[in-house]
Every structure is written in C-alpha cells, then in structure tokens.
Ligand binder design. Sequence first.
Ligand code: HEC
Length: 323
Amino acid sequence: MRNSTPAWVRVPVLFFTIFLLMEYFIDSGDQPAFIAYPMTVYFLILVLMLLIAIELILKSIENIMYQTLSEEAKARYRESKSQGWEWAWGKRVYQKLLGSRPIEEEGEIILDHNYDGIRELDNRLPPWWIYLFYITIVFGVVYLVRFHVFNDYDQDTEFEQEMAQARIAIEEYKKTAKDLVDVNTVELLTEASDLKAGEVIFQGNCAVCHMNDGGGGIGPNLTDEYWILGGGIRNVFNTVSEGGRSGKGMVAWKTSLKPSEMAQVSSYILSMQGTTPANPKDPEGEIWIDENAAAEEAEVQTDSTMADTPMETEALNPLEQEE
Ligand code: HEC
C-alpha cells in the first residue's frame, strides 16, 4: 500500500477515464453520449459507486491488517505512510511557490521598527506571484506585437466572422427544421419531391372544393392569374394557413397541416399556374402581379401585412436589437 496514489486522486481519475472511454466508443452524433442516451448516466453512477465501494473495502482490509501488526511494526507503517510521495512532493512545491521563511527563521528578517508592539517582517515577494507577473509581461508583449504591430485582426473582423458562421449555422438549422417556415420566411419550393408531397396533400384535402386540377368548384379557380386574396407564395401560404374571408368556406389549415406541408401545398398550387383545367371556373378577384416585379401597377393587390424579407431580418445586428 505504500507509495500508491491516494484514493481522492485514484477514484476521480479512474472515473473520468471510464467516462471519456464511454464518450469515445458510443456513437451519439453531435451530442455527448450521456445526453443522447440517459441510460449511460445510470451506468456512470454505478461505476462511481463501484469505485467508492472498492476503495472502502481496500481501506477496511488495510485497517484489519494494521490491527494485527505488532506495536513496533505499526509505528514503522505509520511513518512510511506519512512519507508518501504525493505529500513530500506536494509540500516541497507548495513551500517553494510560497517562498515564506519558516517561523524559526523569522528573527532574521524582522525589521527594526516597532509600532506599539506591531512589528514587520521583510518577506520576499512570493514566487507564485512573481511568476504570474512575468507571465503577464510575456503575454502583454505578445499581445502588443500581434495586434498593434502586425494588426492580426480587430474586433470588427472577429465580429463579422462570427456573424458569418452564425448565418451558416442558421441556414443548416433551417434545412433540418423545415417546420420553421412561416408567412415571413416561406419561399416557393421547386424540388420535385416537395411538389409531389404538395400534390398528395392537395388531392387529399383541397380537391373537394378546388377540383383535382385546381379548376375550381366551391372554391375559386387556382390555375388562373386572378386571385381574391393575393397570389405569390406568401399570400397563398397566408390564405392556406389563416383561411379565406369568413363565411366563404375556406378554413384555416394551420391547425391540421404542418408549416412545411402548407409550404408544399402552396408551392404545388402555384405550379399549376397557367395550366388548363377540364372545367375552369370563371376568374374571381384581380390579376395579381408581384409587387417586386411591377411596382408601377398601383391598383393590383399587394399585401401590406408582410414583414421584412427573411434576408433583412437575418442581417440585423443583434447588438442593435438590444433595448
Ligand atoms: C370547403 C371547401 C374548401 C376546401 C376543402 C379548401 N378550400 Fe381553398 N377556398 C375555398 C373557398 C370558398 C375560397 C374562397 C375564399 C374567399 O373568397 O375568401 C378558397 C380560397 C382558396 C385560396 C385563395 C384563392 C384566391 O383566389 O385568392 C387558396 C390559395 C386556397 N383556397 C387553397 C386551398 C388549399 C391549399 C386547400 C387544401 C389544404 C383548400 N384551399 C381547401 C374553399 C375550400
């Protein structure tokens, strides 16, 4: 038992080794394994308890054996124990860093003056403090040369880089979280898979009123360029999500369709523009022209409820948003 590391070092080291091994071998994607699989936390608790139990058992075995020793052997054992390397080494380093004189030698460094019995020791600055001071000097020089002589980079570029990274991360996130779309961010989908999914939704939910080919029945013709509630992906998405004018029969679909599904079916509807249905209903509403494409057409219906475009909101400086 002599010269072995103490339990308070051994247990944490073993525990963290097992923890790291577990993280290394369990494939848990981006997340650490103990978050992805809560079961592993129980495993770790078990490991910890086992380690502590083993230590306790070793301790009590040692104790029993100690009791069987003769008085002389006991003394020798105690002495060897107190000379364990960890203490000798730790104490030496500690003393060195502290740099203080032992109490017996204080007579040598005491100063003459005496204020009502309060006297002063002329201790040297502790080495730990001096080393720290040297480190800060080195740091300062490196910093000065790097940023003020060679102008490595400044806060502005750092900020720009982080913002660019964040924008990329947002784009990535949006790809995996399609249901984040709302009326402000929706874009016309053109992927065949999205249009196919939109068609399925349309045939299942909308064709009863708008007909299979969008020609119109109870609901208006969706293939012509006339719109009651506005054309373009945002207006159509908004109509599908919030419903038509009250009492007309077009309900709000946001309760039964996911945002991604509403984007798909809206895109599918717009893909039918210009097709010729078998039995087209007469045009209703007005010709809708994209406000961006033809700004001079004053009488066309434009939607004033629209917020900023998604690009603009993303480019906002977060510091400016803080009130
Ligand atoms: C119960 C019948 C009915 C169903 C089902 C229905 N609609 Fe409608 N839809 C209407 C009516 C009626 C209107 C006209 C609303 C108005 O005049 O305000 C309309 C209007 C619309 C418009 C606006 C057209 C324009 O000219 O502005 C769109 C887009 C639309 N529906 C899409 C859909 C989609 C997508 C679905 C399926 C998810 C659907 N509708 C299901 C009856 C229906």
